[in-house]
Design a protein around this ligand. Structure first.
Ligand SMILES: Cc1cc2nc3c(=O)[nH]c(=O)nc-3n(C[C@H](O)[C@H](O)[C@H](O)COP(=O)(O)OP(=O)(O)OC[C@H]3O[C@@H](n4cnc5c(N)ncnc54)[C@H](O)[C@@H]3O)c2cc1C
Length: 318
């Protein structure tokens, strides 16, 4: 027989485990299904997580799994491929291995994929010395020469931001749109160097990035390179529920996709909540964990309302 839970949490990163912890402590039956590929896996440490500053990502998640299991929450490794509403008001969730489970509510915390620019070497070094977020990595490369490779409307913003951590920032225009006159003035005023021409690849010695190479062959020595990923919500399986992602634009370019939700994480499909990067691309780990808790509380309130309705109708024992 198909097992049925109060809540199936799809995705066991910071958002999912935080939600699962609150729901397990609320005495709900909870199953977390997790594919085991958290977004920050390439990074050595998590920064700006109060009380756990510098913890390796795997260590925080292992602690979270143990805490969830301590309150009876179940966690399995697997990939959810679809979810559908079934006749009795529940959802049926299907996994890639063909297994199915049922749930009264879904909490979707599947995160996002960083779609990286197609520059040789970038994917291999992502999260180590190819970076995007100064709050995650800025301190570690402070005072060192950093190159920002343009490719989205965020480039000038990124160059000005990283300037806070080092006074040696170079913006590589990489054949992207020219900055405006006002942006040129801002970059010059902050001492950001600008280099014209396309970036051919990264220079690496041993296992360390040493610079970028232009198509002209010219090499610029650097300690780290900043790129602008496209943030794409990992939400394809929600198509089966008719829940699409929405595009977030900046200056006419799509910079992210996300599942739209209200402040509690409730989506357009009743019974389905979202939290973390799948709904909010800029959420850092502690924010994703907070969103998981926030959604869990709203979802639990919805279940309490349903339990009360059923009790009034005499369909639920006390
Ligand atoms: C290189 C890098 C470094 C970073 N460093 C920091 C930092 O120092 N500090 C900080 O606060 N933030 C950092 N971040 C941001 C951080 O990664 C996110 O804030 C955080 O991962 C969001 O948590 P989440 O739970 O929403 O998603 P994730 O952590 O990505 O977790 C989602 C989980 O869902 C699973 N999943 C996806 N699809 C499915 C499916 N269909 N079925 C089952 N499971 C599925 C995934 O495998 C994954 O385990 C960094 C990001 C990157 C890219």
């Amino acid at each position: 027989m198909e097992h049925s839970y109060d809540v199936v949490v799809v995705g066991g990163g910071a958002a999912g485990l935080s939600g699962a912890l609150a729901l397990s402590r609320a005495r709900r039956s909870v199953l977390v299904i997790d594919a085991g590929e958290p977004r920050n896996a390439p990074a050595g440490h998590i920064h700006n997580y109060l009380g756990r500053e510098g913890t390796p990502p795997g260590e925080l998640l292992a602690a979270g799994r143990e805490e969830v299991a301590g309150y009876g929450g179940e966690i399995v490794t697997g990939t959810v491929t679809s979810a559908e509403k079934v006749g009795d008001g529940e959802f049926r969730v299907t996994l890639a291995d063909g297994g199915t489970v049922k749930a009264r509510r879904l909490l979707v915390t599947t995160g996002l994929v960083d779609v990286l620019p197609d520059i040789p070497g970038v994917a291999e070094r992502w999260g180590r010395d190819v970076l995007h977020c100064p709050y995650c990595h800025g301190w570690e490369v402070r005072d060192q020469p950093i190159g920002v490779v343009a490719g989205s409307p965020l480039a000038v913003h990124q160059a000005l931001m990283w300037r806070q951590w080092t006074d040696s920032v170079t913006l590589f225009l990489n054949d992207a749109d020219e900055p405006t006159a006002e942006e040129y003035e801002q970059l010059a005023a902050r001492g950001v160097a600008i280099v014209d021409g396309g970036v051919a690849g990264l220079e690496v010695q041993g296992d360390r990035l040493t610079g970028v190479r232009l198509h002209t062959g010219q090499v610029f020595p650097l300690a780290a390179v900043v790129v602008p990923p496209l943030f794409r919500a990992r939400a394809d399986f929600l198509d089966s529920l008719g829940l699409a992602t929405t595009e977030m634009e900046m200056a006419g370019h799509v910079i992210a996709t996300a599942v739209a939700a209200d402040a509690t994480g409730a989506t357009a499909v009743p019974g389905v909540w979202v939290a973390g990067n799948v709904a909010d691309p800029k959420a850092q780990v502690i924010v994703a964990a907070g969103a998981g808790l926030n959604a869990a509380a709203a979802l639990n309130a919805d279940l309490i309302a349903e339990d009360t309705r059923l009790a009034v109708a005499g369909a639920l024992s006390r």
